[in-house]
Design a protein around this ligand. Structure first.
Ligand code: NDP
Length: 499
């Protein structure tokens, strides 16, 4: 019997909670104070086989359910998520360490929006194919078919949102899913499974297994899995896509970034500083699309740094459910170690100028001192070759890079193997579009940063990923096409008709 504050999580498949047979468990931790929250049961290989078998059994009926009937269930699930917003946001905050002011206003709602978006899309004919009249007595029609049993593998930074960004188009298109959350933030998964069940989703359509990388690896390599949708680090994504490609599985890869934010000399200073701060400190910097390389005109140095330093005071770490708190801790001890080692490297090895923050923890109440807190940090006068400028830190660490000409800034912005996001701040919209065209990234913003609504197809270029999630394009990643040529002439054209 667990003595932890939250009930243990077993697995979830075939429409119900199922015991794990591995005999192994891990503990999920509240990152704000480093205390255990709940015990999670790890799936054994045979448990994963059972979950996949349940999803495989559910597939024929779910895939044959008319899209409009699937849509009704998913719309109901979206409504339930909104009703339960505060309860789910509370779990997300405890598990991920994100301030409740964020999770209660963004994480669940944006996930529910995506579910509603795809339900409406398929309910309104979004899975229709196309017909081509080839000639008077022949036509071609192309239909979209679901893929089968799909695997969704999530990262820890937007747990329920990632689960919904994957399961919404997957289920809407008629597939079934096995979802594995990150071991650092597993608590949302059963709640989501229960919401789906309450909405009327048939048993076996959405299933959950828990465990670390080895569970993910077994799941994604399983011969019954038709597609892998993965969100995580580039290095893991390369392993997973390599194994999936070898087995001809479909993949979507949403990976890391080191995105450039370009502030042009005509930009509004206030907006530029606000944009740069949102692009670096929202969610304690744990956002894949963060604009961590901030390119600023050299002539702006004094004014930009002065305004930024004033606004850095408005970052308020503190108790996660306090309305004033707008920054939480990092999500885990291991991630804290990683981010602080980058800050140390920036100071000691890269020798960047530390403008704000640095090593050590911010001031938080005594009962939170054991948590994985880090100080929001700004390095200035950075150069392109510094490690803190080249590698994804995934924490609240901004690097300011000064430039002389816009051409130079664009060239330097593209000097990276990553291509997730990019953006520009300027009052000249003609110039904004010209620059956006030159930036090598799949997700771009003009005079804003970070908003990623259900309608916007997002995905990385270069090493930052493969394919897109969300938007009309996003549904294409969950279907395969079948083209049929129908001849109505009454005769078969043949070259073998006579001697
Ligand atoms: P990881 O790559 O460490 O893990 C991602 C998921 O993959 C976890 O569930 C993990 O399990 C699992 N996993 C680990 N090894 C394997 C394997 N061999 N086969 C299958 N699955 C495996 O990423 P993080 O969780 O650290 O997430 C942070 C990263 O995610 C950052 O780089 C960030 O940029 C990126 N990200 C990208 C987004 C995008 O849309 N482009 C959005 C959000 C984050 P476990 O953790 O339990 O070991």
């Amino acid at each position: 019997m667990s003595t932890l504050p939250h009930p243990p999580r077993q697995l979830y498949y075939d429409g119900q909670v199922q015991p794990a047979t591995s005999g192994k468990t891990f503990t999920t931790i509240d990152p704000s104070n480093a205390t255990p929250l709940a015990e999670i049961h790890v799936a054994s290989h045979s448990d994963i086989d059972s979950a996949i078998a349940a999803a495989d059994r559910a597939f024929p009926s779910w895939s044959q359910t008319p899209p409009v009937a699937r849509a009704r269930i998913l719309q109901k699930a979206a409504a339930l998520l909104r009703e339960k917003n505060d309860e789910i946001a509370r779990i997300e905050t405890l598990d991920s360490g994100k301030a409740y002011t964020e999770t209660s206003t963004v994480d669940v709602f944006t996930g529910a929006d995506t579910l509603e978006y795809y339900a409406n899309l398929v309910g309104g004919g979004g899975l229709n194919g196309e017909t081509t009249q080839l000639r008077e007595d022949a036509l071609v029609y192309t239909k979209k078919a679901p893929l089968g049993v799909c695997a969704g593998i999530g990262a820890w930074n937007y747990p329920i949102q990632i689960a919904l960004w994957k399961s919404a188009p997957c289920l809407a298109a008629g597939n079934t899913m096995i979802y594995k959350p990150s071991e650092y933030t597993p608590l949302h998964a059963q709640t989501l499974a229960e919401v789906y069940r309450e909405a009327g989703l048939p048993a076996g359509v959405f299933n959950v297994v828990y465990g670390a990388g080895d569970v993910g690896a077994y799941l994604t390599a399983h011969p019954t899995i038709a597609k892998v949708s993965f969100t995580g680090q580039v290095s893991t994504g390369m392993k997973v896509s390599g194994s999936a490609a070898g087995n001809m599985k479909y993949v979507t890869m949403e990976l890391g970034g080191k995105s450039p934010l370009l502030i042009l000399p005509d930009a509004d200073l206030e907006n530029a500083v606000d944009g740069a701060m949102m692009a670096n400190f929202y969610s304690t910097g744990q956002v894949c699309t963060n604009g961590t390389r901030v390119f600023v005109p050299a002539s702006w140095k004094v004014a930009f740094e002065k305004r930024l330093l004033t606004k850095m005071q408005y970052i308020r770490p503190g108790p996660l459910f306090d309305e004033a708190t707008n920054m939480g801790p990092l999500s885990s001890a291991i991630h804290h170690e990683k981010v602080t080692s980058y800050i140390k490297h920036g100071i000691e090895t890269d020798k960047a100028t530390l403008l704000y923050g640095g090593l050590g923890k911010p001031q938080v109440p005594k009962d939170l001192e054991a948590g994985f807190w880090v100080r929001p940090t700004v390095f200035t006068d950075c150069t392109d070759s510094m490690r803190i400028v080249k590698e994804e830190i995934f924490g609240p660490v901004m690097s300011i890079l000064y430039y002389e000409t816009v051409e130079e800034a664009v060239r330097r912005a593209n000097t990276t193997e990553l291509g997730l996001a990019a953006g520009v701040f300027t009052k000249d919209l003609n110039q904004a579009h010209r620059i956006i065209d030159q930036l090598e990234a799949g997700i771009t913003w003009i005079n804003t940063w970070g908003e990623s609504p259900a309608e916007m197809a997002v995905g990385g270029w270069k090493n930052s990923g493969l394919g897109v999630e969300n938007g009309r394009k996003g549904i294409e990643a969950w279907v395969k096409n079948k083209s049929t040529l129908m001849d109505m002439s009454g005769a078969v054209v043949t070259v073998f008709a006579k001697l």
